[in-house]
Design a protein around this ligand. Structure first.
Ligand code: UDP
Length: 328
């Protein structure tokens, strides 16, 4: 008998890569998405498979699944600063009400649940690199508050269901991740820079570009998450690539990779933009025998090829989703 996994946010960037991995591992995959920021094109290659089913559903509403479930992966959420600025209420609801529904479902199905948390729980960190023991420096009423606090609530309610109802839970804290299927216009730095390079525009660096990030290629991330799910470790685990780079250097790498002749221009730094971010991955190494394998040069090349392969007019479309309309 195949094991069954429910993946929320399945049509998104990470969700769709998880679908691929679970199909490859021989699972029956139930994919769920409300398609606010997800895109069916990310999973259309799976739609005809016997062991893949798609449910168009918003997880902030009661989730009904017929039959047994072994695992739930809760990956539904807007995840770029631009998205959660546009739809803060949905962002809060999906990680609070949505997580509550997912945990309730896990409880009745006796399924193990893994929730997708984030390095944003550390806010603008004063401890560097970030270990799982650091409690963070988050502004609850700032522009990132709706995402950061929702994810912190998600971790809290997940632990509460574990401690109170003995639900088997896992919490991954995901650091910046990139790869094919990122949305070209989601505002995140990598698609922004590659899109600008391909359109012949200058690259928009926010602030002086001295802020740092550490970028993990998506296949590495998915592997770490898969190992965490199958482990017996309940407390949060950082998954990310510790190779840290300033945004300025990152922009220069993209210019070199694409051969673009434009320059980096400096725009205003958004409020509460974390100054530095790098995961301490000692736990993942020790507990999961995991560390990233794909270096940035390789990962960026694959990702660039993906963006180049998109229909040319997509490059010039602004975001076709009217996210504000959904803000109720
Ligand atoms: N950034 C930038 N130019 C852009 C988009 C983002 O310089 O066009 C910067 C942003 O200010 C941040 C970093 O790149 O310091 C990463 O931003 P992203 O939105 O990708 O994710 P974050 O890690 O901030 O959630």
């Amino acid at each position: 008998m195949k094991k069954t996994v429910l993946i929320t946010g399945a049509a998104g960037f990470l969700g769709s890569h998880l679908c691929d991995r679970f199909i490859k591992e021989g699972y029956h995959v139930i994919a769920m998405d409300n398609l606010i920021t997800g895109d069916m094109r990310n999973i259309e290659h799976l739609m005809k498979l016997e062991h893949f089913e798609f449910h168009h559903h918003d997880v902030t509403k009661h989730i009904h699944i017929v039959g047994e479930l072994d695992y739930i992966m809760h990956f539904a959420s807007p995840a770029s600063p631009i998205d959660y600025l546009k739809i803060p209420i949905q962002t809060l609801k999906v990680s609070s009400l949505g997580t509550h529904n997912v945990l309730g479902l896990a409880r009745v199905k006796k399924a193990r649940v893994l929730v997708a948390s984030t390095s944003e729980v550390y806010g603008d960190p004063t401890v560097h690199p970030q270990t799982e023991e650091y409690w963070g420096n988050v502004n609850p009423v700032g522009p990132r508050g709706c995402y950061d606090e929702a994810k912190r609530f998600m971790e809290a309610i997940t632990m509460a269901y574990h401690n109170t109802h003995q639900v088997e839970t896992r919490i991954v804290r995901i650091f910046n991740t990139y790869g094919p299927r990122m949305r070209l216009n989601d505002g995140r730095v990598l698609p922004a820079f590659i899109g600008q390079a391909l359109r012949g525009e200058d690259l928009t660096m926010f602030g002086d570009g001295s802020q740092t990030r550490s970028f993990c290629y998506v296949s590495d991330l998915v592997d770490g998450i898969y190992r965490l799910l199958l482990s017996d470790y309940v407390m949060p685990v950082n998954i990310g690539n510790p190779s840290e780079i300033t945004i300025k250097e990152f922009g220069e790498e993209i210019l070199k990779l694409t051969g673009a002749k434009q320059k980096l221009i400096s725009l205003a730094l958004p409020k509460d933009d974390p100054k530095q971010r790098r995961p301490d991955i000692s736990k993942a190494k020790a507990l999961l025998d995991w560390e990233p394998k794909v270096n940035r040069a390789e990962g960026l090349k694959i990702t660039y090829e993906y963006f180049k392969s998109l229909p040319h007019d997509e490059l010039f479309k602004t975001e076709h989703r009217d996210l504000e309309k959904l803000n109720k």
